[in-house]
Write a protein that binds this ligand. Structure first.
Ligand code: UD1
Length: 427
């Protein structure tokens, strides 16, 4: 069990180069098998989820190697079409490989990824999209047997703009004859990054970032390079950490629009935000007031992944901040740890009301999921005394060297347990 020991009360000051996006790189790594070519993925964060994706690629018979922040993949010699249960369970998003394996080989054997800490997380929309393209999928005791005798482009209308189902449909459609149109597609920036990579691979894709995405042909190339977008949720995390601890941070290499809803909420609470073309500066030098009502929605709405983080920033803000969670059924699990630190939070169904308290006090808490864990880190930075966060590997799934980064900005964070993966260790 990893433990984070955080002594609060230190302001954060300095510059941050934000890591590459976890949620963008995972579908890009899956897509790398489509063309049977060599790909160089730059700005690839060193995270346990990325390591899991590399393990899947190696299991499939691809070469996958890291050198610093670059991951090189050669999928030319792909020999297998299955993903074993332990790899599927290591990372729920491994289901994203399904569309890519089918497109490349016309058969795939996976296990159901199962639920996760945020709730049931079904994959019915993924499977329906692949069936619409002509895949035959049999579900048997948690196993998925998939095959097709040639995928054929079609119109796929998603009942909800699911990020993963949109990505899976885009990957499978690259192996389909004719045009595929995905209607009610997710509009997240990571979908745009995937489109960018697919175009480099030789696919004709258009519309990412809008609700209609079309895929109409694939002429594979041999060698492909791509720079992964910066992680908008890590950007949101750093802004919220600054709001909790006070101080001034400048985030570099970011696209301000990607996390504008979070910046705007913090601005309304009393933080000063300066946006430039590739950087955002936050200054927090006075007490904050409550946030306007926050309702999580698909992009460009307020991201569910940032909900626990903004909640951390509201714990000491004067007044009552209301949060409505619309995406995941079980996304208030961080509330228990926040209450242990002295927070005043009332939860009723999908709504949480946070009434600002004068001070938070360090406590012993547990990270129950990735962003909820990061939110406890943020809250601890603004609490008096020491907070001890027990974490069974959640935070490291999404944050590269978080303890070192926060310490370099003035925080006092000690990480005990399995050393976090770091670029230095990798080289
Ligand atoms: C992705 C992100 C995750 C983020 C989420 C929403 C990755 C690796 N993860 O997850 O960080 O929180 O988008 O922005 O990119 N659903 C179904 N059936 C399906 C698929 C989804 O009912 O077949 C439901 C989910 O249970 C959830 C909602 O749709 O309630 C949104 O899920 P989705 O957009 O698919 O999220 P993910 O792609 O899993």
């Amino acid at each position: 069990m990893n433990v984070w020991k955080i002594t609060g009360g230190h302001r954060l000051c300095g510059d941050v180069r934000v890591q590459g996006s976890k949620n963008a790189v995972l579908p890009i790594m899956a897509a790398s098998i489509l063309a049977g070519c060599e790909t160089e993925i730059i700005n690839c964060p060193q995270l346990s989820d990325v390591e899991a994706a590399m393990e899947i690629l190696r299991h499939l018979g691809c070469r996958a190697e890291r050198e610093g922040d670059i991951v090189n993949i050669d999928s030319h010699g792909m020999t297998r079409t299955d993903i074993p249960r332990d790899l599927m369970h290591e990372m729920r998003s491994s289901v994203i490989f399904l569309g890519a394996i089918l497109a490349r080989t016309h058969e795939a054997q996976l296990t159901y990824p199962g639920g996760c800490e945020l709730g049931a997380r079904p994959i019915d929309m993924h499977l329906e999209a692949l069936r619409a393209l002509g895949a035959q999928i049999e579900e048997d005791g948690g196993k998925l047997e998939c095959r097709d005798s040639g995928l054929v482009g079609t119109r796929i209308a998603l009942p909800f703009p699911s990020v993963g189902a949109t990505e899976n449909a885009m990957l499978a459609a690259c192996g389909a004859a004719g045009q595929t149109t995905i209607v009610n597609a997710a509009k997240e920036p990571e979908i745009v990054d995937l489109q960018c990579f697919l175009r480099s691979l030789g696919a004709s894709v258009a519309g990412a970032g809008t609700s209609i995405v079309t895929i109409s042909g694939f002429a594979p190339r041999q060698i492909v390079g791509h720079r992964v977008m910066s992680d908008r949720i890590v950007s949101a995390t750093m802004l919220c950490c600054a709001a909790c601890a006070g101080g001034a941070l400048t985030l570099h290499g970011v696209v301000p629009d990607d996390f504008e809803t979070v910046s705007a909420a913090l601005e309304e609470m009393g933080c000063t935000i300066e946006r430039r073309s590739m950087s955002v500066k936050i200054v927090c030098d006075r007490p904050l007031r409550a946030a306007r009502a926050i309702t999580t929605r698909p992009y460009p709405g307020f991201p569910t992944d940032a909900q626990p983080l903004l909640m951390a920033a509201c714990l000491k803000a004067a007044g009552t901040s209301e949060f409505m969670e619309n995406i995941f059924e079980n996304r208030f699990r961080h509330v228990d740890g926040m209450r242990r630190m002295g927070a005043d939070i009332a939860v009723s169904g999908r709504t949480a009301s946070v009434t600002g308290v004068r001070e938070l006090a360090g406590a012993e808490v547990s990270a129950t999921d990735l962003r909820g864990g990061a939110a406890l880190v943020a809250a601890a930075l603004g609490a008096q005394g020491v907070t001890q966060i027990a974490d069974s590997g959640h935070i490291l799934r999404g944050y590269e060297d978080l303890d070192r980064l926060l310490n370099s900005l003035g925080a006092d964070v000690r990480f005990e347990g399995e050393e976090p993966l770091s670029l230095e260790n990798a080289m």
